[in-house]
Write a protein that binds this ligand. Structure first.
Ligand code: NAI
Ligand code: MG
Length: 340
């Protein structure tokens, strides 16, 4: 393959440790990238005086592809979240979070689902205000939810295309159209229309969000791909991650028309930073999603299988999974599996 340009942000805290481990396994896979290393978060504040330097944005604008470690959002000083800023800057409309049982013996054995969350509309558009009545400056609060036909169409299409290319069988549209007839109703209507175009190839059903939350706990195996609006997706994807236990295993992707950013769901873990014991699996799984995204599906799958075999068969585990392996030992074991 030709060497693909990509932006690399190692991130703060455990970021550099888990990123180094991930670069080793990408190398073992024979996946070569021409990395443009940039900075964000605290590392960027120290180097450039801002958590999101223009050079970082320019790089992502150019490469359209970014592997990113967790960033510490500086407290105080009026800094806004770097992650929110990136999402807005590149219109990263699809937030994709797969949840899969890897470690046996947990609460659920056969969870294998993907939540695709609309990442730019809904209640997260920032139209959230308080109003003064009489002497009370905050007597009334109002939030506005924006749902557009275009926004719903592109996320629904993304979900069905994702299902198609990833061998998934069913998409569940999650909504609250019984109460929010306009906003959630429009989302459901548009998503159902997109579903018709995949009839025969990808099954589709829909569920009300509160029932979905319960069904996830009772019988998570029934779900395959879930597509939903911003707030519901935010809540359900954390719930889903909780089903299989462990932030160290949860990757996420933020996909837009102009760029895609792959990262672990967890943060910079300052409590264990520098100790060499962080679990690099989430970052490695994020890299596997990046490989899928650029069409290297076979390499992505090989990486996922290697991580699973390392944890389950070889029983090499970092302390968060009850093991004793250091980050570097775990990475070494995954490299061995990749090469096997
Ligand atoms: P956190 O996710 O960094 O840590 C929560 C707990 O999980 C800690 O005990 C940590 O040691 C553990 N943990 C997380 N990842 C782990 C891994 N790979 N291996 C082993 N243990 C792991 O959440 P916290 O402490 O709330 O946030 C720390 C910083 O990270 C904050 O500045 C926050 O703003 C930032 N953050 C950044 C995110 C991003 O860049 N996408 C996402 C979430 C938080
Ligand atoms: Mg959230």
């Amino acid at each position: 393959m030709s060497i693909r340009e990509a932006t690399l942000i190692q991130g703060d805290g455990i970021g550099p440790e888990i990123t180094q481990a991930t670069l080793q396994v990408l190398d073992a896979l024979g996946m070569q990238f021409d990395w443009d290393e940039q900075f964000g978060g605290m590392a960027a504040v120290e180097k450039a005086g801002t958590p999101l330097p223009n050079a970082t944005l320019d790089s992502i604008r150019h490469t359209k592809l970014c592997l990113k470690g967790p960033l510490t959002t500086p407290v105080g000083g009026g800094y806004r979240s770097v992650n929110v800023a990136l999402r807005q800057e590149f219109d990263l409309y699809a937030n994709v979070r797969p949840t899969k049982t890897i470690v046996p013996g947990g609460r659920y054995e056969h969870v294998d689902l993907v939540i695709i969350r609309e990442n730019t509309e809904g209640l997260y558009v920032g139209l959230d205000h308080t109003f003064k009545i009489g002497g009370d400056r905050r007597a009334l609060a109002q939030a506005m939810s924006i749902v557009t036909r275009e926004g719903s169409e592109r996320i629904a299409r993304y979900a069905f295309e994702y299902a198609k290319t990833h061998g998934r069988k069913k998409v569940t549209i999650v909504h609250k159209a019984n109460i929010l007839k306009a906003t959630s109703g429009l989302f459901l209507e548009v998503a159902r229309r997109v579903a018709e175009q995949y009839a025969g190839a990808i099954a589709c059903d829909d569920k009300i969000v509160d029932n979905t939350a319960m069904q996830l706990v009772i019988k998570p195996e029934q779900f395959d791909v879930i597509v939903t609006t911003n707030l519901f997706g935010d809540i359900l994807s954390d719930e889903a991650a909780g089903l299989v236990g462990g932030l160290g295993l949860a990757p996420g992707a933020n996909i837009g028309t102009h760029a895609a950013i792959f990262e672990p769901v967890h943060g910079s873990a300052p409590d264990i930073a520098g100790k060499g014991i962080a679990n690099p699996s989430a970052q490695m799984l994020a890299a596997a999603m990046m490989l899928d995204h650029i069409g290297e599906l076979e390499a992505g799958q090989r990486l996922r299988c290697a991580i699973e075999a390392t944890i389950v068969t070889d029983n090499v585990r970092t302390p968060d999974l009850g093991g004793r392996a250091a980050t570097a030992e775990f990475a070494h074991a995954v490299v061995k599996r990749v090469r096997a």
